[in-house]
Design a protein around this ligand. Structure first.
Ligand code: TXE
Length: 499
C-alpha cells in the first residue's frame, strides 16, 4: 500500500521515465533519482542522456522540420493539434498536478491553477497559429510589389528551469509549435516528469513524430551540449543569468543560433502613501511568497513611502505571519517546500547575510521545523540599504527587502537601481503617479494596483540583464519566426544592359 499524504498516494516505487525521440520512447542506460522535496520519498527515475542521444534528437527534429510534415500544414491544422492538446491537458490535469507537487514541492491548489494557465496557453497559441501572417507593400510604385513572409526559424532547443516545470514549458511549446518550428526540450534535471508526460499528450493530439523531442540530464552536460549544438537554429533558455550568459558564448562559438533568454530578476513593488494599504500589503505578501519566492517575477524589493512605511510594514508582517506553509498536498497550503537542497541553503545564506549586514528582521527568518521536507517562513527585512546583498542579488526565495522613499523621483531611482528589469508593480490611487512610475521604471512586465495578473495573451520577458526576446502572446509566436522580404516585378523590368 502506498504511503498517503493528505489523501494523495506517494509512489511506493519511483516512476521510471525514458526519453522521447522521433515519436518513440527510448530507455536510459544511466539513471538518476529525484526525491520529493516535501516527503523525502524517491518519486522519479530519469535518464541521463548522452551526447549521442542529443544528436539523434536534433536529427529527428531536423528531419521533421525539413520534410515540412509540420511547417507545411495549414495553420488551421496546427491549431487543431494545439486545441486537442488543451483538451488532453484537461483530462490529465490531476496527474500532471501530482507530479509537479512530487518533484517541485509546490502546493497542489497552485499546481492545478498553473495547469489551467497552460491549457489557456495552448488555446491562445492555436488562435495565433491561424492568424500568423506577414505584411504587404503596395507603395513601391506600379512596377514592384513587396511582401514579408513569416517563416519558422527551424529547430528550436528549449531549456527550462525547475521552479515552474510545466508552466514555463507551456508558455513556450505551443507558441513554438504554432510558428511551425520543431523542437528538442531539455527540462531541469530535478523536474523532468511533466515535460515527458506532455510528449504522450501531444502525440495523442496528433502531433507528427519528430516534432517534439525530449532529452533529459544535467545542465552542465546535456544542457551545455544543446546550447553548443550546430544543428539547433534557435535556443530558448529560462534560468539563471550566469547560464544565460554562457548561452550567449555558446551561440557565438558555434553557429550564432538565435537566442531567447528569460533570466533573473530583483523586482520592485512601489507603494505610495495614497495606496489602499491593506490591498497593497496583500499584494506584497503574495508577490514574495508565491511559489516560495522561487519565481523570476517575485516582487522582492518593497519600496514604500516613508510617511506610511512603519504602518505598512506592520500590516504586511501580520499578513505574512498568517501564510499557511507546509505539506503541499494539503489543499489549504499556500506555500510549499523549497525545491532543492542547494536553493534552501542559498536562501538561508541570504537571510544570515541580511542579519549580518544590519537589516532589521520583522517576520520569518527561520526554517520551519518539519519531520521531512524543507520549508521557510516568508521573511521581511526592513531598513535595507541599496548596498546590502539582500538588496542587490536575486535570492529566489520568500525574502522581502524593504526600502523607504520620500519623493516619486527617489522611488523611481531606487526601483531602477538594479541590473535586472523583469517585472515591477506600483500601488497608488493617483493615476498621474501610477502612470509616471509605469513609464519610467525599466521592466518587461508591469502591474498597477495588482500583481502577477494576466494571461497568455500578453507577452512576457525582460529588460536589461533579465533577458532577450518575448514569450507568449502574438509576439511569442513571432519570436520563433524570421521575416523574409519578397519583391515581385509587375510587367517588364527596365534592363540594365542596353540591347
Ligand atoms: O539555475 P540554472 P539553477 C536563478 C535563481 C536561482 C539560480 C540558480 O536565482 O537561485 O538561478 O538556479 C540548465 N548550459 N533562476 O542553478 O542552472 C539546468 O539544467 C545549459 C532563475 O537551478 O540556470 C536547467 O534546465 N543549460 C530562473 C536550467 O538550465 C544549463 C529559474 C536552469 O538552471 C547549464 C531558475 C549550462 N551550462 C533559476 N547549467 C528564472 N528566470 O525563473 C544549467 N543548465
Amino acid at each position: 500500500m502506498d504511503e498517503m499524504a493528505h489523501g494523495v498516494a506517494l509512489p511506493e516505487t519511483p516512476r521510471e521515465f525514458g526519453f522521447f525521440i522521433d515519436g518513440e520512447w527510448r530507455k536510459g542506460r544511466d539513471m538518476f533519482e529525484r526525491n520529493s522535496p516535501s516527503h523525502d520519498v524517491t518519486v522519479t527515475r530519469t535518464a541521463r542522456c548522452t551526447p549521442d542521444d542529443l544528436d539523434q534528437a536534433v536529427a529527428a527534429a531536423r528531419r521533421a522540420f525539413d520534410d515540412r510534415r509540420w511547417a507545411g500544414l495549414p495553420g488551421a491544422e496546427r491549431a487543431g493539434v494545439l486545441l486537442r492538446t488543451a483538451e488532453g491537458l484537461r483530462w490529465h490535469r490531476e496527474e500532471i498536478a501530482r507530479w509537479e507537487v512530487l518533484e517541485n514541492g509546490k502546493p497542489i491548489s497552485q499546481a492545478r491553477g498553473e495547469i489551467d494557465h497552460c491549457i489557456a496557453c495552448f488555446e491562445t497559441a492555436a488562435g495565433a497559429a491561424r492568424l500568423l501572417h506577414g505584411d504587404s507593400f503596395n507603395n513601391l510604385g506600379d512596377g514592384l510589389f513587396g511582401m514579408t513572409l513569416r517563416e519558422p526559424v527551424g529547430v528550436v532547443g528549449l531549456i527550462t528551469p525547475w521552479n515552474f516545470p510545466f508552466l514555463i514549458l507551456c508558455e513556450r511549446v505551443p507558441f513554438i509549435l504554432a510558428s511551425g518550428c520543431t523542437l528538442v526540450v531539455k527540462p531541469a534535471e530535478v523536474t523532468s516528469a511533466t515535460t515527458l508526460i506532455l510528449a504522450d499528450i501531444l502525440a495523442e493530439a496528433g502531433l507528427p513524430a519528430g516534432v517534439y523531442n525530449v532529452v533529459t540530464g544535467s545542465g552542465r552536460s546535456i544542457g551545455q551540449a544543446l546550447t553548443e549544438h550546430a544543428g539547433i537554429d534557435m535556443l530558448s533558455f529560462t534560468g539563471s543569468t550566469a547560464v544565460g550568459r554562457s548561452c550567449v558564448h555558446a551561440s557565438a562559438d558555434s553557429n550564432l543560433k538565435k537566442l531567447g533568454l528569460e533570466l533573473g530578476g530583483k523586482n520592485p513593488i512601489i507603494v505610495f502613501a495614497d495606496a489602499d494599504l491593506e490591498d497593497a500589503a496583500d499584494g506584497a505578501a503574495f508577490g514574495i511568497s508565491f511559489n516560495t519566492g522561487q519565481c523570476c517575477v517575485s516582487s522582492s524589493r518593497l519600496i514604500v513611502e516613508r510617511s506610511v512605511a512603519a504602518e505598512f510594514e506592520r500590516i504586511l508582517a501580520e499578513k505574512m505571519k498568517k501564510i499557511r506553509v507546509g505539506d503541499p498536498f494539503d489543499p489549504e497550503t499556500q506555500v510549499g517546500a523549497i525545491t532543492t537542497a542547494s536553493q534552501n541553503e542559498t536562501i538561508l545564506g541570504y537571510i544570515a547575510k541580511g542579519k549580518a549586514e544590519g537589516a532589521t528582521l520583522l517576520v520569518g527568518g527561520e526554517p520551519l521545523e518539519s519531520d521531512c521536507g524543507r520549508y521557510i517562513q516568508p521573511t521581511l527585512f526592513s531598513g535595507v540599504t541599496p548596498s546590502m546583498s539582500i538588496a542587490r542579488e536575486e535570492i529566489f526565495g520568500p525574502v522581502l527587502s524593504s526600502f523607504h522613499f520620500d519623493t516619486q523621483d527617489e522611488a523611481i531611482v531606487l526601483a531602477n537601481d538594479t541590473v535586472y528589469g523583469l517585472a515591477a508593480s506600483v500601488w497608488s490611487k493617483n493615476i498621474d503617479k501610477a502612470l509616471t512610475v509605469t513609464r519610467r521604471v525599466q521592466a518587461g512586465r508591469f502591474w498597477v494596483n495588482t500583481i502577477m495578473a494576466g494571461g497568455p495573451e500578453t507577452p512576457t520577458g525582460g529588460f536589461r540583464q533579465s533577458g532577450w526576446g518575448r514569450e507568449t502572446g502574438l509576439l511569442g509566436v513571432e519570436e520563433y519566426t524570421q521575416v523574409k522580404s519578397v519583391h515581385i516585378e509587375i510587367g517588364r523590368r527596365s534592363h540594365w544592359i542596353s540591347s
